[in-house]
Structures are given as structure tokens and as C-alpha cells.
Design a protein around this ligand. Structure first.
Ligand code: AG3
Length: 282
């Protein structure tokens, strides 16, 4: 009989996943990493007791976080990924032929090494793409440095507990803004607002002070349980106004096929916010 994995993220709500074969359980230099099999979701990667990726539903998160800003921007050449050590975000960003450079700043080399070995389908060759540069560093420190700017910055972080905490501060968002090229877009992982309202409220307060266009958009990822997940969206440009037909034209021109969640219609709809979410973003 296999047991159950109980996620420890929330105070008064928890999800359990049946835990089949345990493939790995160890401490990296930064966090506890565990990988097991689940009959519905496939391989499940957890960090410090919180689900990060499952091979079953990761496509939703990675497609929505990468393609929404890249296609809205329309001429993105460079993408910075903060976190994202499993390689799924790089995989989606690199699908765009116009993207000539992706820098991934991951704090935990252990996550990359591990994911390449045990979750090869998540990065799907991204780590061998010459357009990808991997930097092992603290994302907050990296972004605070002077350096190149990017058309799109994706903060593919854990929750604001442990190593991910600094990635939710006003200081970090301010530094991220300075690293955006004109018209650039910042997108952040902002948790599940029904269960983590403060996380979105605080990020949106900071975004409103920094960006002409500050909002969030939503996608439902089953293992980020408790309702849809919010992605913070900050830009001084007009990317949010991009029409559905324009997005469709850009997607067709990119030659990207086989997406299973993102579509131009879903993209536009993702910015329609239910009242309880709109109230949090102020
Ligand atoms: N990082 C986002 C995990 C967030 C889970 N949080 C939650 N359920 N509120 C995923 C990394 C994938 N590249």
C-alpha cells in the first residue's frame, strides 16, 4: 500500500497526493527535494513539502507564464528567468524563434542537475540550446546588479517561504523593473489568491507604484490547488492591449504548435478577473 503526500503550504487547507514509487528524497544545498509517482499527475517534484512541478500539469503553468508576455510583447529578443531550475520555463521561452537569448538565474544547482536526470521531459533539451545561459546565483542579488536588460522577465519562483521569500519584495520588483528594456514585461508567480491573498495584494501594491500597467492574470493548475493561480503583470508598455487577432498572427508566425492550454483566446480571457481577485489588486 502506498501512502499519501500531504502538502504543507497552507495553514488551514491541504492537498494530498497518493504517493506511489518514491524516486528520490534528499537535501540539496538549499532545500529538501522529493520526487514520487502519482497515478494521475505522473512524476511529482516537491521542494520543502510544496508541489513545484508535476509532469501531468506543468504545461499549464509554463505555457501561460511564458507565452502570455512573449506574444503580447511581440518583439521579445531576450528573456530572463529567475528560478525555473526544472527547465520548463526555458523550454517554452525557447520555442519562440525570435528569442535569441534566455538567461536563467537559479539559486540551486541541485534542482537543475536533478531535473535533467529525473524530469528530462520538462526541460526537453532546453539545457542544450545554445541560446540558454544558466547562471547559478541568488536571483535577488543578480537582478540588483547593473547589467543587460531584458524584454521579458519571468519570475518562476517557489512560494514566499524559504529561498523564494526575497523574490516577493518591493526592492526586488524595483530592481527587476530597472532590468527591463523599454516596453518590457515582468511576470511573476503570485500564488493562489483565494488561499494566499496577501501575497497578491502586496505584490500588486508594489507593481502599482512601479508600473503604468500593473495587474495580474489567471490560470488553473490542478496541483497548485485552491482555485486559479495569479501571475503578476507589470509593464510601462502597451502589451496588454494586444488584440487577439494580433496574438494569433504572432503565434502562427512563430511556428509553435501543440500547445495544450495557451491560446490567444485564453490569453485575453486570463486577464478577466473575478471580483474577489480584482479587490485584491486594488
Ligand atoms: N513554481 C511555483 C510553485 C508554486 C506553488 N505554489 C502554490 N501552490 N501556491 C513552480 C516551478 C515550475 N517551474
Amino acid at each position: 500500500m502506498s501512502g499519501w503526500f500531504d502538502e504543507t503550504l497552507h495553514q488551514a487547507y491541504r492537498q494530498g497526493l497518493r504517493e506511489g514509487r518514491l524516486l528520490y528524497d534528499s537535501e540539496t544545498a538549499h532545500q529538501r527535494l522529493r520526487l514520487f509517482e502519482n497515478p494521475v499527475f505522473g512524476r511529482v517534484l516537491t521542494l520543502d513539502g510544496v508541489v513545484q512541478v508535476t509532469t501531468g500539469d506543468e504545461f499549464i503553468y509554463h505555457e501561460m507564464m511564458a507565452h502570455t508576455p512573449i506574444l503580447a510583447h511581440g518583439a521579445a529578443r531576450s528573456v530572463l528567468i529567475v528560478g525555473g531550475g526544472d527547465g520548463g520555463m526555458a523550454r517554452e521561452a525557447l520555442k519562440h524563434p525570435g528569442v535569441g537569448r534566455v538567461v536563467m538565474v537559479e539559486i540551486d544547482a541541485g534542482v537543475i542537475e536533478f531535473s535533467r536526470k529525473f524530469l528530462p521531459g520538462v526541460s526537453a533539451g532546453a539545457f542544450d540550446d545554445p541560446r540558454l545561459e544558466v547562471v547559478i546565483a541568488d536571483g535577488a542579488e543578480y537582478i540588483a546588479r547593473q547589467g543587460e536588460s531584458f524584454d521579458v522577465i519571468l519570475v518562476d519562483s517557489t512560494d514566499p517561504i524559504g529561498p523564494g521569500e526575497v523574490l516577493f519584495t518591493e526592492t526586488f520588483y524595483g530592481h527587476a523593473k530597472r532590468r527591463l528594456a523599454p516596453g518590457g514585461v515582468l511576470v511573476t508567480q503570485n500564488g493562489v489568491p483565494f488561499l494566499q491573498p496577501d501575497e497578491l495584494r502586496n505584490t500588486m501594491r508594489a507593481f502599482r507604484a512601479l508600473f503604468a500597467d500593473a495587474t495580474c492574470y489567471l490560470a488553473t493548475i490542478p496541483t497548485y490547488a485552491g482555485g486559479p493561480m495569479a501571475f503578476g503583470w507589470g509593464t510601462d508598455g502597451q502589451a496588454r492591449e494586444t488584440a487577439e487577432e494580433t496574438l494569433a498572427g504572432r503565434l502562427a508566425a512563430s511556428g509553435i504548435e501543440g500547445l495544450r492550454y495557451y491560446s490567444p483566446a485564453v490569453h485575453k480571457a486570463a486577464f478577466a478577473l473575478p471580483g474577489y481577485v480584482a479587490a485584491l489588486i486594488g
